[in-house]
Design a protein around this ligand. Structure first.
Ligand code: PRE
Length: 92
């Protein structure tokens, strides 16, 4: 593959990542609704760790544990923000 073909494949994967992340955020928003109605805590570090441990076990690719942690650190931050009743607004 040449550079242009590689970049086209990257763009396609980025589109998919964006869709998947938006789909994840829809679910997180529903979790946030449930938590607000049951007055549960938004931040669940034990759940975040469980997700990271599960992904590390399933991982067969190039990502290291610390790379997975770094990516999901940001995803969880956005998720927690989306669960807040009044959000600080980088999500719109
Ligand atoms: C989620 C977000 C915030 C919590 O700290 C833990 C996990 C996530 O993004 O996966 C979802 C969620 O709120 C939850 O599972 O309780």
């Amino acid at each position: 593959m040449d550079l242009q073909q590689l970049r086209e494949r990257i763009d396609t994967l980025d589109d998919q990542l964006l869709n998947i992340l938006n789909e994840r955020m829809e679910l997180v928003k529903s979790v946030g609704d449930l938590k607000r109605s049951s007055k549960s805590m938004i931040y669940r570090p034990e759940r975040e760790k469980q997700i990271l441990d599960r992904l590390e076990k399933r991982n067969t690719g190039l990502l290291t544990r610390s790379a997975i942690d770094a990516i999901f650190f940001e995803i969880f931050a956005v998720s927690r923000n989306l669960e807040l009743p009044e959000r600080i607004s980088y999500l719109g």
